[in-house]
Every structure is written in structure tokens, then in C-alpha cells.
Design a protein around this ligand. Structure first.
Ligand code: GLC
Length: 446
């Protein structure tokens, strides 16, 4: 019996260890992830043929809303006439983002850089007749922004790729291995070009659902990219063999288990430019989401969709400028911080300085005179309004000498210090944040 118990115990330990190792290999290398963890905000760019007519990126022909032939006709309208890569990079910098991820090729297979693989690209097949990725990458680097390249694994226009539209699949990879190999050479060749030309800080893969890891040859691809740059970061859409998770549109409400994650989010309801889509989130709402994301330890990758001529829609510029005003004022509470304290202690998003000595409270709207922190065991040394400077006073209510219960902190917040979008308060503690998490006690002697 004892023997059986010991082997069950051993088995459990082995299983747990194995699970930890899997977790480790999927999300690994703390050191190389540092810049990403500190960056908090990135700008996603969906630019391609779909921007011309203002229809769904790639999916419009895949789902049969338009024929492939008509979809491809958009190459005419892809002029990039007003494209100013330096102005793009400047705007991104002003928004407070520390990195940007641009679509080098979406599922439609239209490549935006000068690829030697095939001729379906901005240089050979569009009115623009130029490589639009190279100057953007240079402008980002010039502005000291990290470079992310989005790359779709599926290429629905390529004649030797398996999938074409929802109702028509060209062939099955396992049935025609030679044909599939042709595609592998093609897509991996393109990836090698991107890695040789741009040495991206980050690769943002997409579309891995169409084949398994073996079919995509994920280990080989990883090896190729890491050979060029062992510190490059891969998102997890590589059959989960990347460095960080990418929840899409739906903001996680509870803190995700993954240490490294990034929410990708559209400003309206579309990734690419769509002239009929005016359902924009307000700057206020985007700032609110951003605060929730960083409070839970993630990054926000906020999307813009430039038009076919390379201009960025006015509504999107406005949001980025508004976001920039707010991030610039509150930078100390954003960059390099870590996820905050559990919501029971403060009813809103919070972040912590790396040393955990400063707690940042994100206060939405007008708190009617005071905000409350519950169960904070630390002594508060000072409180100030971030980016504004006013020092605030506080009062501890209900502390009892005979228990660890630290009472409730009330911080007075006068109306004149409030920010137009979201106010941030910095609370300097007497040491690392220390929270009361007990059930409460009964007095034993009065
Ligand atoms: C989805 C869609 C794609 C979009 C991407 C952004 O995977 O296929 O159109 O580019 O999400 O996260």
C-alpha cells in the first residue's frame, strides 16, 4: 500500500515537473522579454489590398463576399501616393507606443516588401511599384522604436498552397507532399528574406490554425529565426511555440496565467481601413482598456488601418494623439511597471513600480472627493498626482491595535487635479507593497 502511495506521489511529481517544463519552453527567456514587458503599448498596422475598397482583409474573398479576381483588382488602387513612413513612425512615437507591428503579408498573400518569391507584391503587382516595408522599418529604428513584422503563414493566393476559399481547398498536404514542399520552400524563403533584411525584434505570426506544427515545420522555422537573432521574440500563433500569448479583441477580465501577453485590439470594428466603419471606441474607452491591460500585466497592441494611398484616417490620428497626451503625462505609472494589486484592495486598475514601492492607482472619472485603498499594511509616505504634481493627504480609518488589520485608507482628491481622461495617483510606500489577506480576527482581551 505504502509502495503504491509512493509511486502515485512520484508519478504526480513527475507529471507536474513535466508540465512546468512545457510551460517553460513555451514562454521562456525572461531576459530577452524585458523590453517587451516594459513597453506596454504597441501599434498594429493592417495595410494591404483590402485598404483600397475598404473590405475585410483577405477574408472578403475567402468567405465569398467578392471573387478572388475582383479582390486582386485592388492592386490598381494600392498607390501609396501619400505614404510618408517617417510621419507614420513619428505619430506612433507620439502615441507613446514603444513598438509597432506591420503586416508584411496577410492571408491574401500580397507581400509589401521586395520579395524574390513570386510576383504578387507591392513592387511588381501594384500601382505603388515600391517596397513599403523597408522605409518604415528604417523610420521606426530612427525613432528608437522596436520593429515587429506580422506574417501570415497561410497564403490563399499562392497556387501551391492548400486552402483557397472556404468552399474550395486545392489539395491536402498529406496527399501531395511534393506540392506542399514547394509551398514550404516558398514561405520559409520569404521569412528568411524578412529576417535577413530587417532583423525584426518581434515576429507576429497569424493563421497557424490551417496546419499542425509538423506540417508548418515550426521547429525548423524557429531555428532559422533564432539563428539570425537569438533574442528575437515570437508571438504564440506558431502552434503555441512562441514567447507570448495574443488574446484578440476580448480583453481578459481576470489576470491571464501567461506571464507575457498582449491584447490586440481594433479602434473600430475592422483591422484594415473600411470607410463605412465609424464605430470607433473613444479615446477615453481606449485609455480605460489600456489601464486594465497593464494593470493585469499585459501589453496593448492597438490597430490602425491606413488607406490604399498611405494616408491614415483622421479618426485614427486623433485617437493616437489623444492617447499620446495621456501616456506622456502618466509615463511613470506605465512604462517599466508591473501588474498591480488584487481588485479587492482598490476598485480599479493599478500598477506597481519594479521595486514594488510605488503603487499607482488609475482613477476613472470624478471620485467625488476621495478614493479608497483597503487592507494596505504599509505606511504611506507620500501621495501625489502623476504628471501634475499636487501632493494629496490621506486618512486611515478603522485600524485596530490588537490585530494585523491595517484599516482603510481614504485619499482626498480635489476636483482641480483630475485628468480629462483618467487620473493617476502615485502612492509611495515605506517598502515593498504588503497586503492584508486574512479573514479577520476576534478580539481576545479588551
Ligand atoms: C485574425 C484574422 C486576421 C487579423 C488578425 C489580427 O487572426 O485572421 O484577419 O489580421 O486576427 O489579430
Amino acid at each position: 500500500m505504502k509502495k503504491l502511495f509512493t509511486s502515485i506521489l512520484l508519478l504526480t511529481i513527475t507529471v507536474n515537473l513535466a508540465q512546468e517544463q512545457v510551460q517553460d519552453t513555451v514562454y521562456h527567456n525572461e531576459e530577452k522579454m524585458q523590453w517587451f514587458k516594459d513597453a506596454k503599448l504597441g501599434i498594429f498596422i493592417h495595410w494591404g489590398l483590402y485598404s483600397v475598397n475598404g473590405i475585410d482583409e483577405s477574408w472578403s474573398f475567402y468567405n465569398g463576399y467578392i471573387s478572388h479576381e475582383d479582390y486582386v483588382k485592388q492592386t490598381k488602387g494600392f498607390t501609396a501616393k501619400k505614404y510618408d513612413p517617417q510621419a507614420w513612425a513619428d505619430l506612433i512615437k507620439r502615441s507613446g507606443a514603444k513598438y509597432s507591428v506591420i503586416t508584411s503579408k496577410h492571408h491574401d498573400g500580397f507581400a509589401l516588401w521586395n520579395t524574390k518569391y513570386g510576383d504578387f507584391n507591392a513592387i511588381q503587382s501594384s500601382t505603388a511599384k515600391k517596397d513599403v516595408i523597408t522605409p518604415f522599418v528604417s523610420a521606426l529604428r530612427k525613432n528608437n522604436l522596436k520593429v515587429g513584422i506580422y506574417f501570415s503563414l497561410p497564403d490563399w493566393s499562392y497556387k501551391d498552397y492548400t486552402h483557397f476559399t472556404r468552399d474550395s481547398i486545392r489539395y491536402k498536404a498529406e496527399e501531395q507532399p511534393e506540392r506542399w514542399n514547394k509551398f514550404l520552400t516558398y514561405y520559409q524563403g520569404q521569412l528568411k528574406e524578412l529576417s535577413d533584411n530587417y532583423n525584426p525584434d518581434l515576429y507576429w505570426f497569424d493563421g497557424d490554425w490551417e496546419h499542425n506544427s509538423e506540417e508548418w515545420q515550426v521547429p525548423k522555422v524557429r531555428q532559422m529565426l533564432f539563428y539570425r537573432n537569438p533574442n528575437t521574440i515570437l508571438n504564440s500563433r506558431l502552434r503555441e511555440q512562441g514567447d507570448y500569448a495574443t488574446p484578440e479583441q476580448g480583453m481578459p477580465i481576470t489576470r491571464p496565467k501567461n506571464k507575457f501577453w498582449e491584447l490586440c485590439l481594433t479602434m473600430n470594428d475592422s483591422w484594415g481601413f473600411q470607410k463605412n466603419d465609424h464605430n470607433y471606441k473613444t479615446t477615453d474607452q481606449i485609455i480605460g482598456i489600456f489601464a486594465d491591460v497593464i494593470g493585469n500585466g499585459g501589453n496593448l497592441l492597438l490597430d490602425i488601418g491606413p488607406k490604399g494611398d498611405g494616408s491614415i484616417p483622421e479618426e485614427q490620428v486623433e485617437i493616437l494623439e489623444g492617447l499620446g497626451r495621456w501616456t506622456n503625462k502618466h509615463k511613470e505609472a506605465i512604462y517599466g511597471t508591473r501588474s498591480g494589486i488584487p481588485k479587492e484592495h482598490f476598485y480599479g486598475p493599478t500598477t506597481l513600480s519594479k521595486d514594488q514601492n510605488i503603487l499607482y492607482l488609475f482613477v476613472k472619472g470624478n471620485p467625488n472627493g476621495e478614493v479608497v485603498i483597503r487592507g494596505l499594511k504599509n505606511k504611506i509616505n507620500r501621495i501625489w498626482v502623476v504628471g501634475e504634481g499636487t501632493k494629496l493627504s490621506h486618512q486611515v480609518i478603522g485600524k485596530v491595535f490588537w490585530s494585523h488589520y491595517p484599516g482603510i485608507n481614504y485619499i482626498k482628491v480635489p476636483e482641480h487635479v483630475l485628468d480629462e481622461n483618467m487620473t493617476v495617483l502615485a502612492v509611495l510606500l515605506d517598502g515593498k507593497v504588503d497586503l492584508y489577506r486574512e479573514d479577520g480576527a476576534v478580539i481576545e482581551s479588551n
